[in-house]
Design a protein. Structure first.
Length: 173
């Protein structure tokens, strides 16, 4: 996890592993809801206690052992052998997760804007090509429409390249 030094307790990676794998969303202080079965609504409750223990509950009725093993963990991975977490440590965990959520939402917005730009360019090029198809040869508007059609295609290629760069940057994160 970014922002933590070498004294960071070893349960942070476990919590982050669970939060990431379950696409968890914060629902309160040190509480998250995540997906465990690929469903439309979250079915997994995740809670970090003041002692650093990670509590998991599947509302679909899965056994505790099944839930833990689905993340590639052992039961003892959820219970650190150290003193309870301080409020500052709990806040650091929650703040880091909120930061990651804000970044994810920001990337979602950028990707949606790029997709909207591509859709607009496709509509424009389709309209120009239809109008060109309906024109008679030698029409005075033909040259202008050809220019607009090719300009729109160039813009579309640029928008697609931008969307590819956005996707690659997001995947590399």
């Amino acid at each position: 996890m970014d922002g933590f030094d070498s004294t960071t307790p070893n349960y942070f990676p476990t919590l982050e592993q669970i939060l990431h794998a379950s696409r968890a969303r914060p629902v309160g202080r040190d509480k998250w809801l995540g997906f465990h079965h690929g469903e439309k609504h979250p079915s997994l409750s995740i809670r970090l206690t003041s002692t650093g223990a990670i509590l998991l509950h599947c509302f679909s009725g899965c056994s505790q052992a099944d839930v833990i093993s689905s993340f590639g963990l052992q039961p003892n991975d959820l219970f650190p052998s150290r003193t309870p977490l301080s409020r500052e440590e709990l806040r650091a965990i929650a703040a880091e997760h909120r930061k990651q959520e804000r970044l994810k939402r920001g990337w979602d917005i950028v990707e949606k804007a790029a997709a909207a730009r591509i859709r607009q360019r496709v509509k424009e090029s389709t309209a120009y090509s239809r109008e060109l198809a309906e024109l008679s040869d030698g029409s005075p508007r033909e040259r202008e429409l050809c220019f607009l059609f090719h300009r729109t295609l160039d813009l579309l290629r640029g928008s697609e390249a931008l969307a590819d760069r956005i996707h690659k940057a997001r995947v590399q994160r």
